[in-house]
Write a protein that binds this ligand. Sequence first.
Ligand code: NAD
Length: 270
Amino acid sequence: MGLLAGKRALITGIANERSIAYGIAQAFRREGAELAITYANERLRKRVQEIAQELGSELLFECDLSRDDHVRALREWLSEVWGSVDVLVHSVAFAPKEEFRGGVIDTSREGFKVAMDVSVYSLIVLTRELLPLMEGREGSVITLSYYGAEKVVPHYNVMGIAKAALECTVRYLAYDIAKHGHRINAISAGPVKTLAAYSITGFHLLMEHTTKVNPFGRAITIEEVGDVAVFLCSHWARAITGEVVHVDNGYHIMGVFGREEEIKKEVFGD
Ligand code: NAD
């Protein structure tokens, strides 16, 4: 029996088969969860519908998480089709492309508001609106963060600020929903080549660097994120909440970067 057998999971944030949410959905499906899938707008419908079919789900709903009416409609729809939900996957973030060009110092007021609204407030409203559907279940919420929340990653800019707020929001929400018996955690994933990532100026250099200097010397995969999400949403993680779990091949533990080959040669002589 799969680790998520009998659980109903709502997946947000699939844009295509490169999306981190797709890796999570695949892993959930493998572990026996039933899936309902949202897409952000009409433009994405056809692609996400094909993905939903491939994942064995006919439950597809348009939901722009920056719109309260959409989130309310999502709750009503889920309440009709399922009546309850066990797992919420929030894999959504957005900031206008211009915000990734200069530095944080260049952030526009509008860009700041949009980034915080779509990438952070959306988690609050999604969790609050769907909370009644988790009643009596061992509910679990997952969101996606990145190392730019903790340290300066050039050009990540306002999204780093948003991710720091997101991680803090996870802790506060963990406290709030614990009284209902539910949990919430973030996965801080290493860089992955997705649509969202390509908005970040110089993403390919960031990816190259991160891959080279992490202890395993390789990039992470969306399947690896999916496997950790399975654990976090399973009964086995029942005492873990408010946590930020790094799935980054250990990149965040490093203190000194660069000249890896020279250092190895001098220390180990190979
Ligand atoms: P992606 O582009 O595949 O997914 C981002 C999703 O956000 C898309 O499906 C998009 O439709 C959705 N979205 C944007 N605005 C929305 C709105 N208003 N309402 C509903 N949905 C909306 O990229 P991804 O990399 O899979 O991103 C998923 C999450 O993972 C994001 O939170 C991102 O910040 C985070 N993350 C990504 C990386 C990376 O390197 N790709 C690393 C760490 C964390």
